[in-house]
Each structure stands twice: as C-alpha cells, then as structure tokens.
Design a protein. Structure first.
Length: 85
C-alpha cells in the first residue's frame, strides 16, 4: 500500500502498526486463506494435544494494522508477502 488508507469515519490518514501475538515470545500475525483445519484425526487427539492447525507458509500474507489517530478505529489489510516492503 503506497499511501496510508483514510479512516471511513474521520477521513484522516491512518497510522501503520501491527498486531503482535504475545504467547511466550512476540510474533507477528499473518493472514492465511481458508478456514482453519487440523492435522489431527479425532477430537480425542485434539484434546490430548492442542494445536496442529494446517499451515501453508507460502500462502500467507503480512497483516498490516492501520489505526485512526482520531477515533482509534483499526483496520487490517493483507496485501503483501511477509518480509516485503
Ligand atoms: Zn477515525
């Protein structure tokens, strides 16, 4: 995105940020296509060991969070591969 989007309520330029995942270490959220599916076959397996969501690293997009400085509204955009400008 070459220029920041404008807030649909206030019509002012929004500020770029990101949504960190705080689970032991700080990670950056990404967008993944499709509904989440698990690699585990049964509910018993899922309850015994949570996690195991199918993940295609080559299909994710960076998730940019733009915030309105006036009203605080946040909008998420997934337009580019992670690590690209
Ligand atoms: Zn606003």
């Amino acid at each position: 995105m070459n220029s920041p989007p404008s807030c649909i309520r206030c019509d002012v330029a929004m500020e770029l940020g990101f949504v960190p995942e705080l689970s032991g270490q700080v990670m950056v959220s990404v967008w993944h296509p499709g509904a989440p599916t698990t690699v585990k076959q049964s509910w018993a397996e899922r309850l015994a060991s949570p996690g195991g969501i199918r993940f295609a690293a080559d299909e994710v997009l960076a998730l940019d969070a733009y915030r309105c400085p006036d009203c605080g509204r946040v909008e998420l955009f997934a337009l580019r591969p992670p690590g690209s400008p």
